[in-house]
Design a protein around this ligand. Sequence first.
Ligand code: TYM
Length: 340
Amino acid sequence: MDQTTKPEAKKVMLSGIQPSGDLTLGSYLGAIKNWSERAEEFDCYYFMADLHSITVRQVPADLRRRTIEQLAGYIACGLDPEKNTLFIQSHVPAHAQLGWVLDCYTMFGELSRMTQFKDKSRKNAENINAGLFTYPALMAADILLYQPDYVPVGEDQKQHVEICRDVAERFNGIYGDVFKIPEPYIPKVGARVMSLSTPTNKMSKSDTDPNGCVYMMDAPEVIARKFKKAVTDSDTERCVRYAPEEKPGVSNLMSIYAACTGKDFAAIEAEFDGLGYGAFKPAVGDAVIETLRPIREEAQRLIKDKAYLESVYRAGAEKASYIAEKTLRKVYKKVGFVAR
Ligand code: TYM
């Protein structure tokens, strides 16, 4: 290579997942699949959002176990820790520190409009804590510390990335260009995977119906059973056709099949023309089994190697802290804190 031309800096991608439940097919198709497919192209930061998880009560031992297993899941999905920065959110104090600063630049009215806050307060009526309310300011801090270009998330997190942009623009408007304004990066198919048992609800790791949610670590026979039981629609035509309003169950299965096989809806309709739901549901199950099989096998292998996982999250915290602290110092200076 010509020594005088500097290679162009890679664009930055950043995202996180709460270890408040095991990784699901929703988090895989909505987020991680996009991360791993672009890991070579971007400079990537991915973390386990443990600080966010305690907005809802957790069993401490389970939270610890899931945080580590989630890291194994990230690596098994193809995120090479040598090329991507993988870390635990609570290991980088700058998240909480910038989170506080951004609390003071995020408006009560904005936070009150967040659909996730409304949903979670309904589900946890006995524990509507301040953290649940100010959560988007912490998420904005998670993002802005690393000055990313893109934030790959599922559809349900788009509103949080938008509030992050608003807060960053507000801050920049007062203090000059401190933060890069990030874009949400949402997949074309799989951005909103619905529950298999109630296809009008999002598939969620905290789902109380075990048949509604497919976990990344589910054994093949469990996945096959869940898809066989998947609720289809009570329409009379019984044909595989994409119509989310009229046929939410079948349309959800079609989206999952499309995301796993790369086929478009027209090709799927043609493939199952005249075959009905009885043939379609197990085919979707098989496509999911084959998509998740290598990930599950690799994750199971990695989970046993505690020392390796520890070395990954330690190195990740160090790399992440270096970048995060640079941004935090700049912010502290701008708002008028005395340098130590
Ligand atoms: P979380 O943990 O709820 O979900 C993790 C990621 O998976 C996506 N996702 C889905 N996509 C499609 N269909 C589904 N059924 C489905 N369920 C989950 C989510 O959109 C998300 O991308 N607040 C975030 C975590 C977070 C974060 C961040 C993300 C904290 N800080 C900074 C990005 C940047 C959350 O609760 O995601």
